[in-house]
Design a protein around this ligand. Sequence first.
Ligand SMILES: NC(=O)C1=CN([C@@H]2O[C@H](COP(=O)(O)OP(=O)(O)OC[C@H]3O[C@@H](n4cnc5c(N)ncnc54)[C@H](O)[C@@H]3O)[C@@H](O)[C@H]2O)[C@@H](O)CC1
Ligand SMILES: [K+]
Length: 501
Amino acid sequence: METVRTAERELMARLPDGALMQRAAAGLAAACADLLGRVYGSRVVLLVGSGDNGGDALYAGARLARRGAGVTAVLLAPERAHAGGLGALRRAAGRVVGAGGDAGAAASAGATGTAASVASVASVASSASAEELIARADLVVDGIVGIGGKGGLRPDAEALAAAAGRARAAVVAVDLPSGVDADTGEVRGAAVRADLTVTFGTHKPGLLIDPAREYAGSVRLVDIGLGEVLPDGAELEALQHADVARLLPVPTGESDKYRRGVVGIAAGSDRYPGAAVLAVSGALRGGAGAVRYVGPAGDAVIARFPETLVSDRGPHKAGRVQAWVVGPGAGEDAGTVAEVVAADVPVLIDADGLRLADADAVRARTAPTLMTPHAGEAAALLGVAREEVEHGRLAAARELAARYDATVLLKGSTTLVADPAGGAVRVNPTGTAWLATAGSGDVLSGLAGSLLAAGLSALDAGSVGAYLHGLAGRFAADGAPVGAHDVADAIRRAWRDVYLD
Ligand SMILES: NC(=O)C1=CN([C@@H]2O[C@H](COP(=O)(O)OP(=O)(O)OC[C@H]3O[C@@H](n4cnc5c(N)ncnc54)[C@H](O)[C@@H]3O)[C@@H](O)[C@H]2O)[C@@H](O)CC1
Ligand SMILES: [K+]
């Protein structure tokens, strides 16, 4: 968040005092009003911490109060609440209570002057009343902590977050849900669960990554003018349709099947022939001109996809390919994995291949390598618990990329693609929970491998593959369970959706 803070400081220096906060509060109040539908007569509770995040909430609350909402601010640290915001709310006839505070005492505090006087009147109260207010509210605004938050929520804040979670009210988070890490998406303790997050200036990386993404609800960005001062080189980026359309390999008049790239699939085993069929099904839809299959499941592959070039000799002898995919359903065939890893073309390593590949051999490769672990596989490679990866996806993807000197596509609730050279990590925006189905990863590895063979870089092949795969998953599911082969079938529709958009 240092980049955001620096940009804010730079912009603030050029603007009148408080201008940014006013922009933020105006956007926040508008989003709250949209969510409420009818502002007049609605009950709004503001959860107010001791920083500027609370200030945003107070100013937005004042705007809602002027439009006839009944607004009550619950102050976590009455003596340190944003004084200007508190004054504005008071002038708009809003009420103020301490976090443990009772509404009656604080109503009188609201009539008096400074934040300090609020502290003196509201400190006696029963903790039930703040929670009762929250229970009766139509809307709860979480201004406990924003990008200045450190560590998990403190116990009094945690109690308010829990009360908001139980309430029937809609919950709007200011800038980010309090308790989530804005930089990494990590959630290490209690955090507010929001229906909507109104974030200022720029998308905070954490809001795009699970588990934080789940806490954020839908995210609305309010432009406060930071764009002009934010440096290029964000830490995260998400491809859009137009980006993907530009990257899709499309044949020209000069193309023949070899120029379009041949992808080799070394996958499947006697025990798991299906993995080979699914990887080939993805590869056939990825834009390569031909798919070569090497392994013991040739009959099953040919039966389903007669266009596949099947070989039962090892990868070395299978004929020229522009990229290899190795690992899906490979069982214990370490020899094939080693042969592919030694090839001097781009290689995608997935599933069993990740376990079987020799780390030094992967690092020694000179052509690009794309590794596609899910959280469990990534955890095994890193030697940590699976939860460690799930809670810190960004760090795990970066760490693996650095250790293996490979591009890493970390699959899961939020799919990330990290390059070993550093630079922005790509977050896939198209994922869907329906893709958590057996064999879906095999389809993705074939698809991304095909894109590699067609000439995309490992970063582009991984992120375009994940994008199409996610979209295909959505089309295939359409609200009902899907099998991996349905996803493979829907890749063509996803491709058209992107390309013809
Ligand atoms: N700087 C700017 O130019 C702008 C900032 N804005 C708002 O200001 C926020 C940042 O404000 P601040 O830097 O004052 O920081 P915050 O308000 O995010 O939080 C800092 C305060 O919270 C307390 N705190 C820290 N960790 C806590 C925890 N775990 N539990 C409970 N309390 C904790 C600290 O003691 C400190 O007083 C942004 O998120 C945004 O909402 C907006 O008004 C837009 C403009
Ligand atoms: K917040």
